[in-house]
Design a protein around this ligand. Sequence first.
Ligand code: ZN
Length: 452
Amino acid sequence: MPAQLLKEVEEEVTNFLSDLIRINTTNPPGNEIIAAKYLAEHLSREGFRCEFFESAPERGNVITRLKGTGEKPSLLLLSHLDVVAANAQEWSVEPFSGVVKDGFVWGRGALDMKGMIAIEAMALKLLKRNEIKLKGDVIFAATADEEQGGLLGADYLLRNHSEKIFAPYVLNEGGGLAIPTRNGNVFTVQTAEKGILWFKVKAKGIPGHGSMPNVADNAIMRMNKVVEKLGNYNSEVSLVPTVKRFLSEIAQKDPVLKEPFTHLLSNPELSDVILDELAKVAPQLAEEVRPRLRMTISPTIIRGGVKENVIPSECETVFDCRLLPGQESAQTISLIKGLLDEVNSEKLVFENMQVQESSESTAETSLYDAIDFVLREFEPNCGVTPILSTGGTDSRFFRRKGSVCYGFQPMYPEESSGEVPKREHGIDERISVENLVFGTSVLYETVKKFMS
Ligand SMILES: [Zn+2]
């Protein structure tokens, strides 16, 4: 029987998501324990044996497993329970109400990523209810702390309970949203993410009276040069496999983008010119592509000065640098130090704050093929493309251990193109009931296909 929309689960998956949103898991502090217990209870009622892990007081993680015959490698359905803060004053509904109206479930976490917890849990329940024969284990894990780096969630579980959570294949957040093109939707699968390098630069100077700048040495003025140098640094363009394939899949699907993307693929060194041109007709797409071609450095925090009439002897700036897959943090640090030398090496201090290496999974797997196959059953004319995300997810911990991880929460574009990503971490976050049903249906069929 061909794949079909599971309309019958609409109410169940919708109510479940509303319930999850009502449990406030804003991180910090997280308090995921209540959501983890709720989830464990919910799945236990369906006969699942859930295991509960408290990585720190009030920080809950929950894992369960559907056994397969062992003929195929196991697959982990991964999610995180925590959400970012929401300012109720800015919202048009109470952010933790989980209200269902106008065909949407509203609330913090609806997209990132309680919506996917609901979809994954629903798919898991259906696999059990329908007694689907699985050739490999399907593991379900909802974890803590993703929004603060994952050290008390996915990272903790992999370090301490690897036998419970590790799987060679992982489905997680980060992709799945369809990009509408002139020839139908192109569904995205996140196969790679950029790495993070947060660092600080401290500038020194000599203090003095604000009325006599000539006899002092102003640290802010020195920092000004640093910000100018690093903030405008145009790093080398590099097309990683995920981005190459993304550009060619979109070019195939959209006649208007065929020319600029083909041009870009053969002349990456001209990317700025090509994207400036593209920005005239497709500004949002051009700006989405730009940071995926190179390492970026953004100054994000600046501190300096103590008093109106004192020339400051110290100033510091924090930079958020994002690395492409294949770019190592150590090499990037030497590059940055080289740039600082050009400003003034003696009076500048570099301080490394946090490093998360980039990661990339190949799209040449049977799981990717299963996703591709299932999506075409729902929309025969659709395309499927790997994407690189600029932000990080818990997938990096698993890719480090050798897992193939895909960010895949299947969704049709909601509202006008590009509106959905903006609502993650944003105001009035919401997911359509239609997408909850679609997501559940696609995920369920994908697991069945992969495990049969
Ligand atoms: Zn998330």
